[in-house]
Design a protein around this ligand. Structure first.
Ligand SMILES: Nc1ncnc2c1ncn2[C@@H]1O[C@H](COP(=O)(O)OP(=O)(O)OP(=O)(O)O)[C@@H](O)[C@H]1O
Ligand SMILES: [Mg+2]
Length: 434
């Protein structure tokens, strides 16, 4: 009889799609005998990681014995969550012996008399960059390579001195000027690489409902990248999903709100914004806005004056300091101190700009955030907040730092209040905007 615990460590594949079969068996095909690298890029949830990591270990185990291999994610934590957890189940189901040395971040894998060692690295971790210099490896696998610096990838691939070594990459697309696009995808022949491009339909385990849900979540450049799988540039209006007809709604005056938050973007020269977000029936409404531009008014306010204005904002909107917390950009240190001194509860905002924008877009699309006729400056900024074209040419996703004050405050709110707490599946949920 199979016990419950044994079942939970099993993984059974749905029959592979054509693209997955390519990734699974490319190294066994005479056609690709001279190839050094494989790249699987494309949409989210397309079944790239699960099949590539399995193929990688199978290849290593069938061709080498007593050799070191590298596996990298953006961080070791994300690698373990997104790759290793499932990979261990797959390997165990396929009768490999796997020993996970958690403190050394090394897997020892054995089958049919062969044993190899898989060292785990975080591509954005400086210690990993040093560690990788010390290893001689038969292969390197990079999950989400587009989130890593090129220097790490170069260091790691330069350690591949074992005869027959190969390098394995997967990622979602970014900018067409991203180093990985320019130096690998655009130079396949020179790099002796093959590329397999994935879409969600290449994942045989996804239902149509799931595919539809993902499609509705992303907009603009993120739709092109994460759904269509295209390397595309972030240009034009940032929130191009903003729809005045459906996203600006005035609830009736007697609406009862169950929770309130105030998000703050603080500036001395630049405008200071307070946005009141209130929850009714699963939807957050921005029902009041404070906006003060020292530059426009020809007069700068002190921190104490801004706190006075916050007190007025609270009383005008019948908010209580015990029930309503503030979310403030971590850089506004002295203003935060002044607020705390007067009894406000202040939470630090997460200022990860691009992740925040992508997440806020998904919340807008899901109907979780609405603006009202009080959101005067928000409505202006939605039409003038744009991606930075110069930065885009360097492969960077960055909005122009103009007309961004309300946009920042609203993003802080989304990231603090609507994002699910970081728990076990955090990276995945975060990325998906759930
Ligand atoms: N053939 C299959 N059989 C069973 N489950 C599968 C199969 N292919 C993919 N999956 C499952 O689908 C989900 C998404 O796959 P995976 O994580 O490999 O996608 P991905 O392309 O790497 O996505 P992302 O770009 O978001 O990282 C995972 O839970 C994975 O286990
Ligand atoms: Mg993946």
């Amino acid at each position: 009889m199979v016990t419950k615990s044994k079942l939970s460590i099993r993984f059974s594949f749905t029959p592979f799609s054509k693209r997955q079969l390519q990734v699974m068996f490319w190294w066994q095909s005479p056609e690709y005998e001279d190839k050094f690298a494989i790249i699987a890029d494309g949409s989210v949830r397309a079944g790239k990681t699960v099949v590539m990591s399995t193929s990688y270990v199978r290849w290593a185990m069938m061709n080498f014995n007593g050799v070191n291999f590298g596996m990298a994610g953006k961080t070791i934590g994300s690698l373990r969550r997104n790759v290793i957890r499932t990979l261990k189940k797959i390997l165990i189901s396929e009768h490999y012996r796997v020993k996970d040395n958690q403190s050394e971040n090394m897997l020892t894998v054995s089958k049919n008399g062969n044993t190899n060692y898989f060292f785990l690295f975080g591509g954005t971790n400086e210690a990993s960059q040093d560690l990788v210099q010390g290893i001689t490896a038969g292969g390197f696998f990079f999950d989400e390579v587009a989130l890593m610096p090129e220097s790490f990838v170069n260091q790691a691939t330069s350690r591949l001195s074992v005869e027959g070594s190969k390098v394995w990459f997967n990622c979602n697309p970014g900018s067409p000027y991203h180093w990985f696009k320019l130096n690998w995808i655009d130079r396949l022949a020179e790099k002796k690489a093959i590329r397999v491009h994935f879409l969600m339909k290449d994942n045989p385990s996804l239902s149509q409902d799931t595919i539809d849900r993902y499609e509705s979540m992303y907009s603009g450049v993120f739709y092109k990248r994460y759904i269509l799988g295209q390397w595309s540039v972030a240009d034009g209006i940032v929130y191009d999903n903003f729809n005045q007809d459906t996203m600006v709604v005035d609830p009736p005056a007697d609406t009862v709100y169950t929770k309130n938050w105030v998000s703050v973007d603080y500036g001395t020269q630049n405008p200071t914004v307070y946005h009141l977000w209130s929850l009714h029936d699963g939807v957050w409404y921005n029902r009041a806005e404070y906006y003060y531009s020292g530059r426009e008014k020809g007069h700068q306010k002190t921190d104490e004056q801004f706190v006075d204005d916050m007190e007025t904002f609270f009383s005008a909107n019948e908010l209580s300091k015990t029930d309503t917390n503030l979310i403030v950009d971590p850089s506004a240190a002295s203003f935060k101190r002044s607020l705390k001194n007067r009894g406000f509860t202040v939470k630090n905002a997460n200022n990860n700009v691009v992740d925040g924008i992508r997440f806020m877009m998904s919340q807008m699309n899901a109907g979780k955030m609405k603006w009202t006729s009080s959101s005067k400056h928000a409505l202006k900024e939605f039409n003038s907040y744009v991606w930075d074209e110069k930065a885009a040419e360097r492969g960077e996703d960055k909005p122009v730092k103009e007309h961004d004050h309300v946009m920042d405050a609203d993003r802080y709110f989304a990231m603090k209040v609507l994002r699910k707490p970081k728990k076990t599946r955090n990276i995945r949920l975060y990325k998906e905007g759930l």
